[in-house]
Design a protein around this ligand. Structure first.
Ligand code: AMP
Length: 218
């Protein structure tokens, strides 16, 4: 049976960092909806052009576009044993669509770690975040800078600040998250799949809490 893990949490809480660690350790594909949109943007596809105006404002890309993109990604062979979903679903309609597509693939959501932290921590983390251009490795100017300024430790590519990681846009993204994504916490709690993780801890502590909880759930 395939393992599908949905990571829930506000922008800046460290979902992307933990998703990368989980995906490498559990040997499951890492599917980040934000990374997929950014890749489309870089390649100037029609999808990228559609997504850009929403992303720049800190708003969600419409459900139909997002769902089609994820369905296409989940259909690829590297997802046959499951996936770590990072940033999707983000609305109740997306959660319903995910359930339907996993049913088609003869699977279901295995566990939903929900990583949370206070708003001041989220703003500090997201607005100090720098991302590697080649593979999306994540740094923080204060907490985890690269060895050489501006250069990724892993692949030597340039690191940059995402436009939507500027303070004003981060605050907007947190508001959007509270309105549109928070209902999913209740949804997955009722389904008995929610695992609550304190995201204010260090990266290592969050990873340990995640793995300890997942051993019991998956
Ligand atoms: P992220 O990298 O997850 O913070 O996502 C960056 C931006 O991509 C978000 O602010 C949205 O504009 C868009 N995005 C990512 N995932 C989704 C999603 N599941 N539904 C709608 N928009 C999304």
């Amino acid at each position: 049976m395939a393992t599908y893990i949905v990571l829930l949490g506000p922008p800046g809480v460290g979902k992307g960092t933990q998703a990368k660690i989980l995906s490498e350790t559990k040997k499951l594909a890492h599917i980040s909806s934000g990374d997929l949109f950014r890749e489309n943007l870089k390649n100037q596809t029609e999808l990228g052009k559609t997504a850009k105006s929403f992303m720049d404002k800190g708003e969600l890309v419409p459900d139909d576009v997002t769902i089609a993109m994820i369905k296409d990604r989940l259909s690829r062979p590297d997802c046959a044993t499951g996936a770590i979903l990072d940033g999707f679903p983000r609305t109740p309609a997306q959660a319903d669509a995910l359930e339907a597509m996993l049913k088609e693939f003869k699977g279901s959501v295995s566990a939903v770690p929900f990583i949370s932290a206070a708003e001041n921590i989220l703003i500090e983390r997201a607005s100090g975040r720098w991302t590697c251009k080649a593979q999306g490795h994540i740094y923080h100017e204060k907490f985890s800078p690269p060895k050489q300024a501006g250069v990724c430790d892993f692949d030597g590519s340039e690191i940059y600040q995402r436009d939507d990681d500027k303070v004003e846009t981060v605050a907007k993204r947190i508001r959007v998250y509270l309105e549109q994504t928070m209902p999913l916490v209740d949804h997955y709690r009722k389904a008995g799949k929610l695992i609550e993780i304190d995201g204010s801890q260090s990266v290592e502590q969050v990873t340990k809490a995640l793995f300890d909880a997942l051993v019991q759930q998956t």
